[in-house]
Design a protein around this ligand. Structure first.
Ligand code: C2E
Ligand code: CA
Ligand code: CA
Ligand code: CA
Length: 279
């Protein structure tokens, strides 16, 4: 039995070593991917529920690996956050977004809000204010068309810092959305203290509409509460007509989800917009 135990232990530690090696390998590859510009951004339409028109897009990063193909963000963002590489990725995504947004405006596409995800790490460690100001100036993208998505935990971890960052960027016209709303800290009191524009209802509350009464009540409550606090409310991950009808009935302002479109590459997204313009 002792031997078996030792065998198990040896096997287990070897396993850990493999996992650790894989992580380091992934980190090295990710570093190279950033240098070689193997990252790309996709755009998922954000739709005005009442009018049915696209009013913006969420920008989602992917890693286009020459060997492994398209790698989703959940496979590399956590590692990027642990290693600090998220600062470089976040800067690249922001610059690429503003550059593309400026190009679309110059091409005559209607002005749209582009929403960029900002990791709590960037809030904590990066000089996000200076970065955003610089990139906006560099690219000529209008600040009023840029929205930054932050999570509840991102705000709560850096309360004082966060308020200063939000105030300073909002003076320039930049908007702020709370991402994955309802999944983080349960205290709602903090919402009053931050200058925010949009609440994004997390997909987990949308998934089981119209089958789970609890989720329907939570979603409806978030819409009502968001409006009382003066925010727009956007529902994430809307996949079915029943979900959309429910959200419309509850007065939710906007949605994004597969029912309208998956995240698209820039050219596909522009095509969808041109189509809408002429419809
Ligand atoms: P998120 O910010 O909550 O983004 C929404 C995710 O839901 C996206 O996954 C999107 O493709 C997916 N989604 C949207 N509509 C639907 C739907 O109707 N059904 C289903 N099943 N899924 C839907 P994605 O692109 O894989 O991104 C995952 C997460 O990675 C994001 O979650 C965000 O937290 C993070 N992420 C993505 N891009 C960036 C980035 O540039 N910077 C940072 N810091 N994080 C990012
Ligand atoms: Ca997001
Ligand atoms: Ca989200
Ligand atoms: Ca999420």
């Amino acid at each position: 039995a002792k031997d078996a135990g030792r065998g198990c232990f040896a096997y287990f530690s070897e396993d850990l070593t493999i996992a650790a090696r894989e992580r380091i390998a992934l980190e090295t590859r990710l570093r190279r991917a950033i240098e070689q510009q193997d990252l790309c951004i996709f755009f998922q339409p954000q739709v005005d529920i009442a009018g049915g028109r696209i009013v913006g897009a969420e920008v989602l990063v992917r890693w286009q690996d020459p060997v492994d193909g398209l790698i989703p963000p959940l496979r590399f963002i956590p590692i990027a956050e642990e290693t600090g590489l998220i600062l470089e990725i976040g800067e690249w995504v922001l610059r690429e977004t503003c550059r593309q947004g400026r190009q679309w405006l110059d091409a005559g596409l209607p002005p749209l809000t582009l929403a960029v995800n900002v990791s709590p790490y960037q809030f904590r460690r990066g000089d996000i204010c200076a970065l955003v100001t610089t990139v906006l100036a560099e690219t000529g993208f209008p600040p009023t068309l840029l929205e930054l998505e932050i999570t509840e935990s991102g705000l709560m971890e850096n309360q004082e810092n966060a308020t200063a960052i939000l105030n300073s960027l909002r003076e320039q016209g930049v908007r702020f959305a709370i991402d994955d709303f309802g999944t983080g800290y349960s205290s709602l009191a903090y919402l009053k203290h931050f200058p925010l524009d949009v609440l994004k209802i997390d997909k987990s509350f949308i998934d089981d509409i119209p089958f789970h009464q609890d989720d329907m009540e939570i979603a409806a409550t978030i819409v009502a509460m968001g409006h009382i606090l003066g925010f727009k409310v956007l529902a994430e991950g809307v996949e079915t007509a029943a979900q959309l009808a429910f959200l419309q009935e509850k007065g939710c302002d906007m949605y994004q989800g597969y029912i309208k479109s998956k995240p698209l590459v820039a050219s596909e997204f522009a095509e969808l917009l041109r189509h809408q313009q002429h419809a």
